[in-house]
Write a protein that binds this ligand. Structure first.
Ligand code: 13P
Length: 265
């Protein structure tokens, strides 16, 4: 568990120009309360990292991916060291949108190791597709926890296999639970269902990997209307926000909710 909640803006492949990126970063910065009790991370696309870094003061900088080697002949890749030297603190690794393009658990495992080695904090994304987490019933879909948990356990075991240094006191790895069917659909998971899954993930992190105080976020159609219902649980350490982070006002509302959720804890 974290003593402050963490909220991460994943801009994905947006916006289209550096000018737009700077104004989104500025607007986002403006919407972050001065008395911030949460940690806010903004993860723009690689070409906008430097520009965003200049304007964000109250938030940390994140990247959306990295590579598992540090330099050399790897056309098109970006190394963890480059990110570290650009002021990045967090790296999203293994997002389902990258897995869908062929990123394997073995690649993700190497990326996690390299990210940690560079002194960055990986945000490992896990999440099951609908056919592995939902069962159709007469009344619509219900959660199939057993299938979903098996899927997530398998991802965690492969993605974190033999990772050195996981058992540190302050958690250096963050996991984001993002059920694939909830991403970009406007249909978030039920907060109590994601709580069950997040408890399960924390159990695995502790029993299999010795991570005692793990940080696990929820992601998937989080917005200002539903953020509180997730963040009210102390086991849900924060949110990974996609679409809603592209609207600075909407994102700011979420940050305020997260900030207040901290205050009552
Ligand atoms: P949305 O918030 O757009 O559903 O995206 C979630 C996500 O994939 C964040 O990484």
């Amino acid at each position: 568990m974290l003593n402050k909640k963490l909220i991460v803006a994943n801009w994905k492949m947006n916006p289209e120009s550096v000018t737009d990126a700077i104004s989104l970063a500025k607007e986002t910065e403006k919407g972050i309360p001065k008395s911030l009790k949460a940690e806010v991370v903004i993860a723009p696309p690689f070409p906008f990292l430097a520009a965003a870094k200049k304007v964000i003061k109250r938030a940390e900088l994140g990247a959306q991916d990295d590579f598992w080697e540090f330099k050399g002949a790897r056309t098109g890749e970006v190394s963890p060291t480059m990110l570290k030297n650009s002021g990045v603190k967090y790296v999203i690794v293994g997002h389902s949108e990258r897995r869908a393009l062929g990123e394997t658990d073995e690649m993700i495992n190497k990326k996690i190791e390299a990210t940690l080695k560079a002194g960055l904090k990986p945000i490992l994304c896990v999440g099951e597709p609908s056919e592995r987490g939902l069962t159709r019933t007469l009344r619509g879909f219900t959660r199939n926890y057993e299938m979903a948990k098996n899927y997530i356990r398998n991802q965690l075991e492969k993605d974190l296999k033999n990772i050195s240094n996981l058992k540190r006191r302050t958690s250096n790895i963050i996991v984001a639970y993002e059920p694939i069917w909830a991403i970009g659909t406007g249909k978030p998971d039920k907060p109590e269902d994601s709580l069950e899954m997040i408890r399960f993930i924390k159990g695995i992190l502790s029993s299999k990997f010795g991570v005692r105080s793990s940080i696990v976020l929820y992601g998937g159609s989080v917005n200002s209307q539903n953020a509180r219902s997730f963040l009210q649980y102390k086991e849900i350490d924060g949110a990974l926000v996609g679409g809603a982070s592209l609207n600075a006002k909407e994102f700011s509302k979420i940050v305020v909710i997260v900030n207040n959720a901290n205050a009552v804890k």
